[in-house]
Design a binder for this molecule. Structure first.
Ligand code: NCD
Length: 306
């Protein structure tokens, strides 16, 4: 029985295979339409979500399976004081696989230690978001044709942005990736990302507060939202929320071949006038999320077609 708590729980070969499966699902959806017949996915979401929860649910339906769950802590027994461990032990009686999002870092790990079915971390606080990373990798690979030899800029809230932490961890295992970290000084990546991931793996990286000065170098630009819900002070959030706003005008200096990603939801950081630019890939990215989650559910349930 396997869970996905951190993206590094998967080997590079396993990730590459999962992306291959996702590509095959996109090309031959009918082949996969009944493979999870009789299986149930539980989505336990203790925090708001649109894309992650709905793409998990759509993924399970498109595999011929069924879905149960809750979309807010208030409608579950967590509101009565139940622990994550007890909730997990209970849901294992009803479902074959569980996707969990929780505001507390480590909650899905606790769930996996109390589970008889695979647990998928669908985002834990400001820590990790491995299935968004699979989504991002699939999108980059479909756009660039490979997962090596590019320069990627991460821009925005790199401190609390869990999607950034997981994607940097994943990219640290591919060849010739250069990373540019663009954030206000208050929202730099946590030191473990710098020391245990970037430096330890000898990844070429630099830090800056100025997006425009590095924009022409980038092959991929990964924009992020300032994570309001993780701030202790609303005033601090208001001061930092509009640090970066990508506009069509600013993109004039960027490469023609740039791929613009954003895990979404966007607030102000990408102006809507960018949406029609052929370099804007964030809604396509949201679509990739469904296919890669189909591949992940199959893998964790041990369903192999070939
Ligand atoms: C992200 C998240 O939940 O961390 N959203 C998502 O899953 N696509 C990004 C965010 O909320 O800013």
């Amino acid at each position: 029985m396997r869970s996905l708590i951190n993206i590094l729980d998967l080997t590079t070969a396993e990730i590459d295979k999962m992306l291959d499966t996702a590509d095959d699902i996109i090309a031959n959806p009918k082949k996969y339409s009944e493979v999870c017949h009789g299986k149930k996915l539980a989505t336990l979401f203790f925090e708001p979500s649109t894309r992650t929860r709905l793409s998990f649910e759509a993924a399970m339906y498109e595999l011929g399976g069924n879905v149960l769950g809750f979309s807010e802590a208030q409608s579950s027994s967590a509101a009565k004081g139940e622990s994550v461990a007890d909730t997990t032990r209970t849901v294992c009686c009803y479902a074959d696989i569980i996707a969990m999002r929780h505001p507390k870092e480590g909650a899905p790990l606790v769930a996996s230690m109390n589970s008889t079915v695979p647990i998928i971390n669908a985002g834990d606080g400001g820590h990790n978001h491995p299935t968004q990373t699979l989504t991002d990798l699939l999108t980059i690979r479909r756009k660039k044709g490979k997962l090596s030899d590019f320069t990627i800029g991460f821009c925005g809230d790199l401190k609390f942005g869990r999607t950034v932490h997981s994607l940097i961890q994943a990219l640290s295992r591919y060849e010739n990736i250069k990373i540019i970290l663009i954030s206000p000084n208050e929202l730099k990546v946590p030191s473990y990302i710098k020391h245990d991931v970037l430096r330890k793996n000898g990844i070429e990286y630099k830090q800056t507060t100025d997006l425009e000065s590095v924009l022409p170098e980038l092959d991929v630009l990964y924009m992020t939202r300032v994570q309001r819900e993780r701030f202790l002070s609303e005033e601090e959030y208001i001061r930092l929320r509009d640090s970066y706003i990508l506009t069509r005008e600013k993109l004039k200096i960027a490469k023609e071949s740039l791929t613009i990603l954003h895990p979404l939801p966007r607030v102000n950081e990408i102006s809507v006038d960018v949406d029609d630019d052929p370099r804007a890939c964030y809604f396509e990215q949201a679509l990739c999320g469904k296919f890669v989650r189909m591949a992940l559910i199959m893998e964790l349930l041990g369903i192999h077609l070939d």
